[in-house]
Design a binder for this molecule. Structure first.
Ligand code: B12
Ligand code: SF4
Length: 653
């Protein structure tokens, strides 16, 4: 049995901010009978996106898993999000029965009553929110202290490709696509419960680990060398695999989820629903973890995309549909998809959008199709590097001429606003590379004025600090310290501002470099970083992804305290370049990428940087395989069209 805490919660709702986020009952949400199958056969999941409801609700990963799980008549899946500090205080204060526990928004059931707590980490800055949730749920923070009464705390999402910094708090982690593996995990849990929980929690985790598909950190010992680096990570009991593999969903058409997207009750970061048109990206940008860990490319067919758009509109009432992927304009039939959908919804309120577009994949016909029914919003491109040299180093093969040609086409067809994304702090970067961003923006404005004959052309430059990520060719790179990052960006801002002709037409958006340093610690950290996370959390750290809550000083102080006398520190994890033979904390987690290929690619980047070589990694979608390792290791292959098929008009019923 599990009892709803809503009656205990309700009296407090008027006193907290945005109470609607805790109420649940959204269109397309599900509250299943707790005993939907006999007790020994029911498996119950609490799924958590460890950020506020407004960020977490639109998350596709959680929505997909929620639906996939709930479709099984023996599984209950509910959702929970991070509560704001005011609600945290209310829950801790509680009522005459004691503190009110972390609850799900569907059945308002205590999270601790579930069999599995599945956390989705798309960013590392959500780690402290996980600790709040565990503590409020009255689940011991450390995996070793948990008993059979506690759920299995399981992480997934991109950050789970290096779960070592949170290893102490997790029972398990899963790498890669979740659709099939959550069902496989549920089967194992069901069997174990059905058998009367033999061997307790330890046996359940063992059964999950021996599949080779679920990483159970406590089954691995980490040994450190005198210089602080890792000597080895080895399984500490028989039958546990040396490496844990990622999952790859090979037939996206067979998994057209979410079929019934959730419609949020409160305002969220995305007021639309998204259809993922393909997964993976093989463009080979060296900084991009998402591109590396989601290989190979697997496209959804044009018909499935059409069906998903139609189902989504019918079941939600949303009027904006985003076609999502890591580089949407690269779908082999994007032109047909755009035209087919624009034709279908011509004259209706339905509008289509694409996330940022590659400069070389953009064309005016496509952009016109996307804006046929909606307003003509600004265009977003991501050259990432300001100078041609920098773009070659990161393998983002976009020339300045490509960019100018593309924006010229856009401005001459009526667009007035272009947004450009860049990074600061890329390996081998100098001040000049960053200042080249200003030159590029000026050329963009000049060209825009020339081709449109107007003066109200705008270009917004948005810059993020580069954070080296695991499983990428830049995983060995030194991260730029935040002082230099800020200094470079200040110079760039002054250069833009001081320009009399163009300065006012260029918008400039950037964040300071400090959160990037902490993201760097959490991205490439090892198990010793867990104590820092816990210290920060105990010191009040919450919502670290939000600038108004983030405190750099809190992280620095905690790191100093935890690492005192150990020979390692914050800089050791962030601004230190790694050597070829260093054991990286995530080496035992198999993304399929061959470490030697990654290293060779890193060396190529450095050779390009100093001009001693001019190598470009092409996209293996269109050129022969260059042996990154993923397909043979994972038994996968590139799946792309064109299929030559088209979207037919919808029959009116
Ligand atoms: C839409 C989007 C957003 C939206 C909405 C975020 C949201 N709540 O969903 C907004 C604009 C808010 C956003 C913000 C940010 N985003 Co964003 N975002 C995306 C985008 C375009 C799509 C995400 C998505 O829906 N993917 C599709 C779903 C199905 O995949 P998925 O979530 O990974 O889930 C699958 C698996 O990972 C797994 N899985 C996931 N969770 C779990 C849990 C368990 C238990 C299990 C078993 C499995 C599992 O199963 C799922 C199904 O297969 C991606 C790029 C991309 N195409 O993936 C970037 C991306 C995820 N974002 C990214 C980043 C960096 C951010 C920001 C940090 C940016 C910033 N500096 O502010 C913030 C963080 C916000 C936050 N606090 O979480 C990066 C992540 C970097 C990384 N770790 O590699 C990505 C990959 C973009 C990129 N190329 O850099 N983002
Ligand atoms: S193994 Fe070959 S085809 Fe597969 S993703 Fe790597 S380079 Fe591309």
């Amino acid at each position: 049995m599990s009892t709803s805490v809503f009656p205990r919660l309700e009296p407090h709702l008027p006193s907290v901010s945005k109470p609607i986020q805790y109420v649940g009952g959204e269109l397309n949400s599900t509250v299943k009978d707790w005993d939907c199958a006999p007790e020994g056969e029911t498996v119950r999941w609490a799924l958590m996106y460890p950020d506020a409801y407004e960020v977490g609700l639109p998350n596709q990963g959680v929505q997909i898993l929620y639906e996939v799980l709930n479709e099984r008549d023996w599984i209950v899946a509910e959702r929970t999000y991070a509560v704001w500090p005011d609600m945290e205080a209310v829950l801790r204060r509680g009522d005459e029965q004691g503190p009110i526990p972390q609850f799900t928004v569907d059945g308002h059931r205590p999270v601790r009553d579930f069999d599995v707590l599945g956390l989705s980490f798309s960013t590392e800055l959500g780690y402290t929110n996980m600790l709040t949730a565990l503590d409020l749920a009255q689940i011991p923070l450390h995996a070793v202290d948990r008993t059979e009464a506690d759920p299995v705390v399981l992480a997934g999402g991109h950050a789970a490709f290096n779960p070592e910094p949170v290893a102490d708090f997790l029972d398990a982690a899963v790498l890669g696509d979740g659709e099939e593996v959550v069902l496989a995990i549920s089967e194992v849990v069901r069997e174990w419960k059905g058998e009367g929980r033999p061997g307790g929690r330890d046996e359940l985790l063992r059964r999950l680990a021996v599949t080779g598909n679920v990483y159970v950190p406590t089954f691995y010992d980490v040994a450190y060398a005198a210089d602080g680096t890792i000597e080895a990570v080895v399984p500490n009991r028989p039958g546990i695999p040396h490496r844990v593999r990622k999952h790859t969903l090979m037939d996206l058409d067979a998994w057209p989820y979410p079929r019934k997207p959730l419609v949020p009750l409160a305002e969220t970061v995305h007021e639309r629903f998204s259809v993922e048109i393909f997964r993976g990206c093989t463009r080979g940008c060296r900084f991009c973890q998402a591109g590396m860990i989601t290989r190979p490319v697997r496209e959804r067919s044009i018909e499935t995309i059409g069906d998903m758009v139609e189902n989504g509109i019918r079941s939600t009432g949303f009027e904006e549909v985003g076609l999502l992927s890591l580089s949407s304009a690269d779908h082999t039939e994007i032109g047909e998809v755009a035209k087919g959908l624009a034709d279908r919804y011509d004259g209706s309120n339905v509008s289509l959008s694409l996330p940022s577009t590659r400069v070389d994949a953009f064309n005016i016909t496509l952009a016109n199709e996307f804006s046929r029914n909606g307003r003509r919003s600004g265009l977003t491109f991501a050259p990432e590097g300001g100078s041609e040299r920098m773009r070659k180093v990161i393998n983002k093969m976009v020339t300045e001429e490509d960019l100018i040609r593309t924006v010229a086409a856009a401005y001459s067809h009526g667009w007035r606003q272009v947004k450009l994304y860049f990074m600061c702090g890329l390996p081998t970067e100098t001040d000049e590379d960053v200042l080249a961003i200003a030159d590029l923006a000026k050329r963009v404005i000049a060209k825009g004025r020339e081709v449109s004959g107007r003066n109200d052309i705008r270009c917004t430059v948005s810059i993020g600090g580069f954070v080296p990520k695991p499983h990428t060719p830049f995983q060995w790179a030194a991260q730029l310290d935040h002082e230099t990052t800020d200094e470079r960006l200040r110079k760039l801002r002054d250069t833009v501002r001081d320009d009399k002709r163009f300065g006012r037409a260029i918008g400039f958006r950037y964040h300071d470099g400090k959160p990037g340093t902490i993201e760097g610690l959490l991205s490439r950290g090892d198990r010793r970083v867990g104590a820092v996370i816990e210290e920060v959390w105990r010191d009040g750290g919450r919502f670290d992804g939000w600038s108004e809550h983030f405190s750099y000083e809190r992280w620095v102080t905690a790191a100093e305290r935890v690492f005192a006398g150990t020979g390692i520190d914050l800089a050791w994890f962030t601004t230190r370049e790694r050597e070829y033979d260093e054991v990286l904390p995530w080496d035992h987690l198999d993304s399929g990428l061959d470490k030697d290929w990654l290293w060779a690619d890193w060396e190529d980047a450095l050779a390009v940087a100093d001009g001693s070589a001019d190598v470009e990694v092409e996209d293996c979608r269109w050129t022969p395989c260059y042996d990154c390792g993923v397909c043979p290791e994972m038994g996968t292959e590139i799946q792309i069209g064109p299929t030559g098929r088209q979207l037919l008009p919808l029959s009116v019923v």
